[in-house]
Design a protein around this ligand. Structure first.
Ligand code: KIV
Length: 286
């Protein structure tokens, strides 16, 4: 499978990526611990990947695609097949960033062997470099099993959205001393098990700082702290495609408004027969 997007025909709407560069690697990401903050965004489609890739160290094919792309109520219903299809598109649309694919709920928790089968399926189907899975101490043996068998694993601790039914919601974690200690222990366990990096999501800031100081691998924060070794956001949140912005999101653009305005202008021009204009129709040969 080619990992570089090369399609360039007269009929394709896709914009080919620029001349292939050497892609960043998992070891290079790991070495960036304590250095220039790592930049990660989610991507689910080829075109988004093409646009974000030059600016990112990592592209995450997050299972948040369940809500963002499919309108599902949580990440729980997301399947391996959905992750594989979107993962392959993102790899085809990128040439620079390390592509990480989320292991969906139910594809890795039962045993390390089951996790290996799921991870191998994702890496073979997509050409991505690594997988991400949620959980701490309970997942440490799985992280070790995968890492020792050639599957780079990014961990995910703190607020773990796949556990929404246990957690009862998406509120920030670590407000009690016991919960804070547990999250730090979770992070330490998966770092010790060989995770090459980990997402720290939705925790009170001192926990993110403590984890970042304690673990040997880079921490990538979301709703965590600027002291993390990197940051991640869901691209659609960051681009302003949703009106509602949770506290941890900053809108770097106002895409929802732009799309609404464009659609309204298009609709008006169609209804007034101003679109298509002379430039958009084919003249008959004289
Ligand atoms: O699924 C996802 O998009 C994620 C990020 C929010 C870290 O896991």
């Amino acid at each position: 499978m080619s990992t570089t997007y090369t399609l360039d025909t007269a009929t394709s709407r896709a914009t080919p990526t620029p001349a292939p560069l050497k892609r960043l690697t998992v070891p290079a990401i790991r070495r960036q611990k304590g250095g220039t903050p790592l930049v990660m965004l989610t991507a689910y489609t080829v075109r988004t990947a093409q646009l974000l890739d030059p600016h990112c160290d990592l592209l995450l094919v997050g299972d948040s695609l369940g809500q963002v792309i499919y309108g599902l109520p949580s990440t729980v219903p997301v399947t391996l097949e959905m992750m594989a299809a979107h993962g392959a598109a993102v790899v085809r649309g990128s040439y620079h960033a390390v592509v990480v694919i989320d292991m969906p709920f139910g594809s890795y928790e039962a045993s390390p062997e089951r996790a290996f089968e799921s991870a191998a399926f994702l890496l073979k189907q997509t050409g991505a470099a690594a997988v991400k899975l949620e959980g701490g101490e309970a997942m440490a043996s799985t992280v070790r099993f995968l890492s020792e068998r050639g599957v780079p694993v990014m961990g995910h601790v703190g607020l773990t959205p796949q556990a929404v039914n246990m957690l009862g919601g998406y509120g920030a974690r670590g407000r009690t001393e016991a919960e804070a200690d547990k999250i730090v222990a979770d992070a330490q366990a998966i770092a010790d098990a060989g995770a090459f990096a980990m997402v720290v999501e939705g925790v009170v800031e001192p926990i993110a700082v403590a984890i970042t100081r304690a673990v040997a691998c880079p921490t990538i924060g979301i709703g965590a702290s600027a002291q993390c070794d990197g940051q991640v956001l869901v691209a659609e949140d960051m681009l302003g495609l949703f009106e509602r912005t949770p506290r941890f999101v900053k809108r770097f653009a106002a895409m929802a408004e732009l799309m609404g305005e464009a659609a309204a202008t298009y609709a008006a021009e169609v209804r007034e027969r101003r679109f298509p204009g002379p430039e958009q129709v084919y003249a008959a040969k004289p």
